[in-house]
Ligand binder design. Structure first.
Ligand SMILES: Cc1ncc(C[n+]2csc(CCOP(=O)(O)OP(=O)(O)O)c2C)c(N)n1
Ligand SMILES: [Mg+2]
Length: 555
């Protein structure tokens, strides 16, 4: 540590406390425990003071990734993570993370240091409790607090500071009783019901009550990408393998913390029946009735409202008949889809395809691990094969479809796991393009010695790429800027060297055997991070879809 840093750590005159220290203490009082960022003038002192008061500080390589990480901490812990940035360019880099947090409805506080302030704006510390409250109450999201430079270095009398008490956990709201009764009656009369579980349900910790509802009423359910794991993926009532069929023919859909946005094809035909009855459960009133006119709206906390629904079914028990035609249709479709995936996974030809890769990854995936994923085909196909058994254990490109979130999310998950579940692993499954967005965060991973297993599923491009020979052939016809398709990336790139450059383990794999072996070694190593660069067929795609629109509007 340099002398100037040491000086910054001391608190100046006796009885005096620095603005930076007050900021840090105010955050700690609000039960904020993690800060990600990149320091500079005037925020370095805030980072130092944060460490002094017991907030973990994780220095990242780009504010964008820092912001992604801080928002993931908010999702995983329910208390906002802080992203610390310098004003101007630092804040601008952080905007991507703030937008992503807002779209995902994840709490986040961004703190930027700005230039000197005029005296009349003193007393701004009241903004902390406000920022914490508005980041976690109602629909969670991002908050920005701007700290004037002279405030950071100000010395004030310790006795003049009064920290506002930690704000209370968000109040729990419940739905109108008459609406709950109506919802129960719509469910009872359903011919082809479906429950859709979104990440709002995961964030609300509603897993226990939703599982009860699904099991007690014997309802089929479908998770959204980050709703995976609220009920384990291998639960007999999970119909994810027949997703399109389930959406298309359901007559009553209970939406638990999931929005009718592009991920759920807006709730509209042809992906749904035109007269499907939606029972929409959401914490945000503005969300109700978006795109469709729901049969019933239940405004409130997902967990509390699910319990309200359960009360109705406790009073007058009801089960959806397991031998119904609907269940038969869904089970048959699941069987045929699973058989198709298995067939693709068992293909012996090289280079490997996506299914083969994910089949082998799934075989070795620890059941309790975090799965972080981004990419197009990599993320979409990976999601169908890689299983989640626990809630809040999948982090991906999310509602905003943002590429570049993966490494920040993985770092956040690894840091949270370190404190709460030592030994729990983080597997980060990246497309080669997706990896490039925040690739330098590998240095962060190595600096903090986070035993993350990074998989780069490498097809030399965005969706698709070229093999080395075709690439060379193509360049005979002109410069890459004129002849290379915009989706292509440099073939045969050794992304594993990014990891070895910083002392982690790197693997370059081309066969299932090499993949199995490198996975075994990476997972057995509980101290070092590793990156497995998995070469796949550059033209490999998803399995043929029943409907052409299935592949539309997906990122
Ligand atoms: C910030 C951002 N920029 C660009 C995109 C557009 N985009 C969608 S997926 C993707 C990358 C897909 O390629 P890769 O990660 O290699 O996965 P693959 O489909 O090849 O498996 C890109 C650039 C995006 N979603 N987000
Ligand atoms: Mg790719």
């Amino acid at each position: 540590m340099s002398e100037s840093n040491l000086a910054a750590r001391s608190d100046g005159l006796e009885g005096q406390v620095s603005g930076a220290r007050v900021i840090a203490q105010a955050l700690k009082t609000q039960d904020v425990n993690y800060m990600f960022g990149i320091v500079g003038i005037p925020v370095t002192e805030i980072a130092l003071a944060a460490q002094e008061v017991g907030i973990r500080y994780i220095g990242m390589r780009n504010e964008q990734a820092a912001c992604y990480a801080a928002s993931a901490v908010g999702y995983l812990t329910g208390r906002p993570g802080v992203c610390l940035v310098v004003s101007g360019p630092g804040l601008i880099h952080g905007l991507g993370g703030m937008a992503n947090a807002n779209m995902n409805c994840w709490p986040l506080i961004v703190i930027g240091g700005s230039s000197e302030r005029s005296q009349e704006t003193m007393g701004a510390f009241q903004e902390f409790p406000q920022a914490v409250r508005s980041s976690i109450y109602g629909r969670p999201g991002a908050c920005y607090v701007d700290i004037p430079a002279d405030f950071v270095n100000l010395q004030v009398n310790v006795n003049s500071i009064k920290y506002v008490e930690c704000c209370m956990p968000p109040p729990v709201s419940m739905a109108e009783t008459s609406a709950v009764r109506m919802a129960a009656s719509v469910i009872r009369n359903a011919k082809q019901p479906l429950v859709i579980i979104g990440k709002g349900a995961a964030y609300a910790h509603a897993e226990e009550s939703i599982r009860k509802l699904v099991e007690q009423c014997k309802l089929p359910f479908l998770p959204t990408p980050m709703g995976k794991g609220v009920i384990r993926d291998n639960h007999p009532n999970c119909v994810a393998a027949a997703r399109s069929r389930a959406l298309q023919f359901a007559d009553v859909i209970v939406l638990l913390g999931a929005r009718l946005n592009w991920i759920l094809h807006f709730g509209l035909p042809p992906r749904y029946q035109p007269d499907v009855k939606f029972i929409q459960v959401d914490i945000c009133a503005e969300e109700l009735g978006n795109n469709v006119r729901p049969a019933v709206t239940l405004l409130g906390d997902i967990n509390a409202v699910t319990k309200q629904l359960l009360e109705q079914f406790d009073k007058t028990p009801w089960q959806y008949p397991p031998e119904s035609e609907w269940w038969k249709v869904l089970r048959e479709k699941m069987k045929s889809n699973e058989a198709l995936s298995k067939e693709l996974a068992s293909k012996k030809s090289l280079p490997m395809n996506y299914y083969t890769v994910f089949y082998h990854v799934q075989e070795q995936l620890p059941r309790d691990c975090f799965v972080v994923s981004e990419g197009a085909n990599t993320m979409d196909i990976g999601r169908t094969v890689l299983q989640n058994y626990l809630p809040r254990h999948r982090l991906d490109a999310g509602t905003f479809g943002t590429m570049g979130v993966g490494l920040g999310f993985a770092i956040a998950a690894a840091i949270v796991a370190k404190d709460r579940n030592p030994g729990k692993r983080v597997i980060c499954v990246e497309g080669d393009s997706a990896f490039g967005f925040s690739g330098m965060e590998v240095e962060t991973i190595c600096r903090y010695n986070l035993p993350i297993v990074l998989l780069v599923v490498n097809n030399n491009g965005i969706y698709q790429g070229f093999d080395t020979d075709s690439w060379k052939e193509m360049l005979k016809f002109g410069d890459a800027t004129t002849v290379a398709p915009p989706m292509s990336l440099l073939p045969h790139s050794h992304y594993e060297h990014v990891m070895t450059a910083f002392g982690g383990k790197g693997y370059f794999v081309q066969t299932p055997e090499e993949l199995q072996k490198s996975l075994r070694q990476s997972l057995a190593d509980t101290t070092n991070p590793s990156l497995i660069n998995i070469m796949i067929e550059p033209q490999a795609t998803r399995k043929a879809q029943d409907f052409h629109w299935l592949t539309q509007s997906n990122l």
